[in-house]
Design a protein around this ligand. Structure first.
Ligand code: SIN
Ligand code: MN
Length: 266
């Protein structure tokens, strides 16, 4: 799969790109079921909100076959290789739950701020890829992006250890207001299976989810191999240290796994 020149231009200018329904209902139904099963597990990779609801599950590609295949899927990997012009490796893999009624806020931040300060990543040459596992709607805590804010570079941030269960380098209100005056805010929505790519310096965040509709999104951070992290401080399951280029699986690998599960259950 290759991005068109128009798509590359949109990513370059706006800092984000949505590819609606890139994965089929069959593929995404499998991933959604597996995500729910993972949240039920008691394991260190599953982080919970302060009230105990799941917040995020890290490194699912290491202990779940469906997510292993997703992490090597050509529909995700090839566009990022195209943008960076080189091979990529997996820096981080997480499945954010944003559960019905209880999903908590993600404060305004840039991801590269954390990758640089906590992991020693030299340049913002890593990309976030999100796959919607549920429908993302205007009402269930969609990811909000500040278009063009990637051009502001690496902004001053402070380490927020209080607001949620997850430590984050967050931006102050004055900075966010200034950038929003220039670029506005968008909240890309879409059916399950849609894929959103956004630049490592794009300012983003999301509000809590008080609706009955869960909003599960898988986030892969794909880093250019030459830009591998230099001084990791976080556990391996949060910031990976296997810098080998991702080898893609076949395009139908997830669909085949979904069908084999259906056969086994029949
Ligand atoms: C993130 O910024 O890493 C996650 C935000 C969200 O899932 O809303
Ligand atoms: Mn983020």
């Amino acid at each position: 799969m290759k991005l068109t020149q128009d798509q590359l231009d949109q990513f370059e200018t706006e800092g984000w790109l949505l590819l609606p329904e890139l994965f089929t209902p069959e593929e995404v139904d499998l991933l959604r079921r597996e995500a729910v099963a993972i949240y039920d597990e008691q394991r260190p990779e599953v982080w919970r909100e302060k009230d105990g609801a799941p917040r995020t599950a890290f490194a699912a590609h290491k202990y779940n076959e469906a997510f292993r295949l997703l992490g090597r899927h050509p529909r995700m990997i090839r566009p990022v290789e195209q943008v960076f012009g080189e091979s990529v490796y997996l820096h981080q893999y997480k499945i954010n739950a944003k559960s019905a009624f209880t999903g908590a806020v993600w404060q305004w931040h840039q991801d590269y701020g954390t990758w640089k300060r906590d992991d020693g990543m030299p340049e913002p040459r890593a990309m976030n890829i999100s796959i919607f596992l549920d429908e993302v709607m205007p009402i269930n805590g969609p990811l909000m992006l500040v278009p063009r804010s990637q051009t502001a570079g690496d902004l001053e941030a402070s380490h927020d250890l209080e607001t949620t269960s997850y430590p984050l380098w967050t931006l102050d209100e004055k900075t966010v207001t200034r950038l929003v005056e220039q670029g506005g805010i968008v909240a890309p929505t879409g059916k399950p299976g849609s894929m959103l790519m956004f630049h490592g310096n794009l300012v983003h965040g999301s509000a809590g989810n008080i609706t009955p509709y869960p909003r599960k999104i898988v986030y892969l951070t794909l880093n250019a191999c030459s830009n591998h992290i230099r001084t990791p401080t976080r556990p391996e399951f949060i910031a990976h240290q296997d810098f080998a280029p991702i080898q893609c699986v076949d395009d139908d690998a997830l669909a085949k796994l979904a069908r084999s599960g259906q056969k086994a259950a029949a």
